[in-house]
Design a protein around this ligand. Sequence first.
Ligand code: RP5
Length: 162
Amino acid sequence: MQPKVGVIMGSKSDWPTMEHAVEMLERLGVPYETQVVSAHRTPDLLFDYAKSAASRGLQVIIAGAGGAAHLPGMAASQTELPVLGVPVESKALSGMDSLLSIVQMPGGVPVGTLAIGKAGATNAGIMAAQIVALQDAAVKQALIEFRQQQTQNVLDHPDPRP
Ligand code: RP5
């Protein structure tokens, strides 16, 4: 199936975080592609990827990076597609560096920035599906069912003790 969401990350070491975005896309039936694209180590690849993303049929890009996390912002600078940024939790600064690198974009070049780490990656997957669902009834239905199951799961297990 033609990928609608591109999930890129600065390093293989980002995968344990970014796999949660991919997990949500799979659960919600959104076709995706994923690859390592580094703003610093493969800048030409980043430009090629972002410039060609829309013409290749992608509708959203999810970009995860840690530390000096320039990947989401530079991707956003090269495409008219919405870019969702996931700050990966860095060892040195617990992801605060990643968060501030991604969220403080100059006016005119937005990156939709999610939370640090697993929750951010999970929500990036859901939000990308929400964007795709604007034109895709099957993904919209999958989102409705996901939310109903999530709610029911809490209601079915009200006791907080393990
Ligand atoms: C960033 O540097 C990557 O996104 C990663 O989070 C961080 C560390 O990369 P590695 O040294 O683990 O490859 O570009």
